[in-house]
Structure formats: C-alpha cells, structure tokens
Design a protein around this ligand. Structure first.
Ligand code: 8YV
Length: 337
C-alpha cells in the first residue's frame, strides 16, 4: 500500500492535477486540501503538457480526453493515482499504469441509470425518427402532412431488442425494455447468472443470432482491441433491413465508414450514435444522412450524475493520497503489502 501523504510533515499542500474543467464548488473544496493545477478553461492538454503536469503532482483527475500510458507516465515519479471521471477507461493503459506503481480508478454505478435512460431515449428517437421530424417542421414541411407522407418509424413496443454488452448499463436498458413489452436478447463475454437473466427477462444468444433476430440492436460493451469493430459491414449485413442500431458504448466499436455506407444504401433502417470513431470528429458521411440521430457523447450528462462522477473521482483520489484503498480501484494488483 502506498504511504499516506502527510501534509503536516511536508508543510505544504500536496499537488494535484485536475485535467478538465469541473464544478467550481468541487474545485474550491479540493483547493482547501491540495495545491491544484486546474484547467477551468477546459483546453485539452497536449501529450507533452500532460506528461509535464503528471511529473509535478501526486494525483490527477482525468477524463476520456487524457490518454494515460507509459509515455504520459514517463516522468511521473511521485504520482500515486489517476482517477478517471468516467466508468469506461479505454483511455488508460492499465498494465503501464500498474507497472508505474500508480493506482487507476473509474466511476462505476453512479451513472448506470442515467446512461441506461439515455440509451433508451436514443433508441426511441432513432426508431421514431424524432430529430428528423423536428427538421421536417423546421424546414416548413408540415403542410405536406398525410397519412402516408410522414417520417414513419419503427415500433418499439412488443419488438425484440438485442443488447451487446450486458454489464450494469446493458441490464438497465433490458429492464426498461421490459416495460415496453419487448423481448430481450443479449450477447456478452460471459453469461449472466440465472437470477440476473430473470431480473432482466433476457435470453443469452450468439452475436450472430442476435444480429439476425433483433429489431433494435443496442451496443453497451467496453472498448478494447477485442471489441474494435464489433459491428462492421459483415455484421450489418446480418441485420434486418428494418432494424435500428444504437451505440452508447465507445467509438471504434462500430466501423463508422461501413455504417455510413449501410445507412446510405438503406441496408438498415436507422442508427443512433452517442459515440464516434475519432470523436469529437464525426465521419462526414454520417453528417449528411437523415436516418441517423447524433449526440455528442452525453449518455451520462445530467447535472446530478456528472456531479456524482466528479465526487466519486475525488473520493478515489483522496483515499489514495491518504494511503487507503480507493472505492473503485481498477488495478488492485498495484497495492503491495
Ligand atoms: C463520460 C462515459 O462522460 O463514463 C463513461 O464511460 O463515456 C461518459 O460518462 C466520458 O467518458 C468522459 O470522460
């Protein structure tokens, strides 16, 4: 276990980095105990700036925009913890962080329901063409209304949803789907316990069966080298032409080029995307299409939840610097003795 930082004996406040803008009250509270290098202007640090900042601090609050790897840690001799303000941590090279003797933490649980709510909202917006309908009004097309000339959508109720990635958020989406009388299929690295399957009313199937059968496919799996392009041209070709695809997981899980082409060719009905390959850039072909709902990575974005995420990241940081085990430690093997 790391030695606690004793502010009494070293006579000054320990230095920490807060790499992105956070709520002012949370920052003010941190400043009572720490000398904080903050970034309220929210200009993303370059890799060189990040490496330099990490070389000067004992702890850091970071987000998906900060890649924490061997290069970032090259001069971080005093660093004890990198606390991600995010449940996903594909911005962390965990073996490299562990090799550097640094604790890595994330923010699970506090965002589960908010993110599942958003996944369901994006699914509904996609299937029922809500953003496209708004554009229809804004473009003065309402007087063209007829029984058949409308943005006609796909039903959710009593349809089949296929969830790929059945962790906490995936299970949250399944439970919401039950309220709509939907049949729930899922695919995951490991099968859920019988009790959890029952609670979600979910049936485990192969990825191929899910893609062939589902009316709506929702992606909620973590990003890794193994999950890169889980959905590409081959997988889209298995889906029903009436199906929708929703990605609230990570950019890179879907091959955005293949998806844009498939949407253009009407190989599937529509897509809802909260995450993109290379975000904040969005593939230009996706921007041209009307059968895709786009959101700027906001699945966890309610004030209550973002505050809870920041607070949990701070709890993790404080625990590590007090020589205690952080509540959501990812690399438990870093703690020795
Ligand atoms: C974050 C997320 O807002 O928690 C996650 O994994 O994707 C979002 O909630 C984003 O990653 C910022 O770090």
């Amino acid at each position: 276990m790391n030695t606690p930082i004793n502010t009494q004996t070293i006579g000054k406040k320990p230095k920490i980095l807060v790499a992105r803008a956070i709520f002012p009250e949370a920052l003010a509270k941190l400043e009572e105990s720490f000398e904080v290098r903050s970034n309220q202007a929210d200009v993303i640090l370059s890799p060189e700036e990040l490496q330099q900042a990490l070389s000067e601090v004992l702890g850091a609050l970071v987000a998906g925009s900060e890649r924490i790897d061997a290069n970032a840690l090259a001069r971080a001799k005093d660093l004890k913890i990198v606390a991600n303000i995010s449940v996903g941590y594909n911005n962390f090279d965990v073996p490299a962080i562990t090799a550097a003797g640094v604790m890595a933490t994330n923010t699970p649980d506090v965002l589960t329901d908010t993110t599942a709510d958003f996944g369901f909202a994006l699914l509904m917006a996609t299937a029922r063409r809500i953003t496209e309908s708004e554009h229809w009004i804004r473009n003065g097309l309402w007087d063209k209304w007829s029984i058949v000339n409308n943005p006609l959508g796909m039903d959710l109720h009593h349809s089949t949803v296929g969830i790929i990635g059945m962790g906490r958020i995936g299970q949250g989406i399944a439970k919401r789907a039950l309220g709509f009388g939907m049949k729930v299929l899922y695919h995951n690295r490991s099968r859920l316990s019988e009790v959890d399957e029952k609670a979600c009313g979910a049936t485990f199937v192969s990825k191929e069966d899910l893609l062939r059968t589902a009316d709506h496919v929702v992606l909620v799996l973590p990003y890794s080298a193994q999950s890169h392009h889980t959905i590409g041209a081959r997988e889209i070709a298995m889906m029903k032409p009436t199906a929708t695809l929703v990605n609230i997981a990570r950019g890179g899980i879907v091959d955005d080029v293949a998806l844009a082409q498939a949407l253009k060719d009407k190989k599937i009905f529509a897509a809802g995307l909260d995450v993109f390959e290379g975000e904040p850039l969005v593939h230009p072909e996706l921007l041209k299409l009307s059968n895709v709902v786009l959101a700027p990575h906001i699945a966890s974005a309610t004030e209550k939840t973002r505050r809870a995420m920041v607070d949990l990241a701070i709890d993790n940081l404080r625990a590590a610097l007090a020589g205690k085990k952080p509540p959501s430690l990812i690399n438990a093997d870093v703690i020795k003795g």
